[in-house]
Design a protein around this ligand. Sequence first.
Ligand SMILES: NC(=O)c1ccc[n+]([C@@H]2O[C@H](COP(=O)([O-])OP(=O)(O)OC[C@H]3O[C@@H](n4cnc5c(N)ncnc54)[C@H](OP(=O)(O)O)[C@@H]3O)[C@@H](O)[C@H]2O)c1
Length: 266
Amino acid sequence: MRVLVIGVGNMGSTYVRCLLNSHFTSSEQLFLFDKKALPSQAIKHVSPQNVLTEPSKEISTADIIMLAVKPQDFAELSAQIAPFLNSNQIVLSIMAGVKIAEISNLLNVPKVVRAMPNLPAQIGMGMTVFSSASGLDKSELLTIQNLLNTTGKTIYVENEELLNVATAISGSGPAYVFYFMNEMISKAMELGFRKAEAELMVTQTFLGAVHLLGNNDLSCSEWIAKVASKGGTTEAALKSFSENTMHHSISSGVQAAFNRAVELGK
Ligand SMILES: NC(=O)c1ccc[n+]([C@@H]2O[C@H](COP(=O)([O-])OP(=O)(O)OC[C@H]3O[C@@H](n4cnc5c(N)ncnc54)[C@H](OP(=O)(O)O)[C@@H]3O)[C@@H](O)[C@H]2O)c1
């Protein structure tokens, strides 16, 4: 499978690493194109002749072309690469907010997939939600799912609009978790722990809770009930969260992210 990654920045280099580590493709079959000279670290596992410095006929030989440039760079890029593309190739975009129809129109290709990954893809713990144009058959979609699975877990949605929800939940989600963790770390320090200890306590607490949830069928509410005994400390915290309408803050924060994703996609 010949894969071309266009835009080898934060996300592009994550895919390069994951695609090679998982043997989805080989260093001979993987091509890179970025408008600037790539750092040696980014290209060390790729055959030197496969690092393109300008759009060239190599583009037409790729089975899958991944677009990992910033959305604002897509118009310029599309004009550069469109002449080299053909209708058998699959274009996989991870650009936030750029719709399938727009990609298909600008590149004049029918087989377009749009994916919304998140930052933990960097360590193979990502969550990617993806959707596609109708031009792809089942086996092509499965190939793309296998490619995306190299960075973590995936969900396919027929309705492209759900990618805006994915942006607000799994795309931005890691930042919400870090926000909550940061507050807990600060409070632990304020109440007497050293920074390194506070970070360890909070990180291990999150890891433990996530693994508990993932290892059986209990829901979040059921786990909360197990931790919060009547008249105890957890109940006191939960009562305070509720009085401060924390559930509302979380809900309206996610809604704001969703609204912004819709707005950016216009
Ligand atoms: N970071 C995330 O967590 C995340 C999550 C989901 C989706 N995404 C999406 O992933 C995409 C990439 O994000 P990123 O953070 O990896 O961006 P990035 O680090 O800026 O990488 C993009 C790379 O593409 C290069 N580039 C720009 N225009 C080009 C062109 N015409 N031809 C070839 N290369 C070109 C850039 O070069 P210059 O630096 O010289 O411009 C840069 O090296 C974005 O569309 C973003 O919406 C990111």
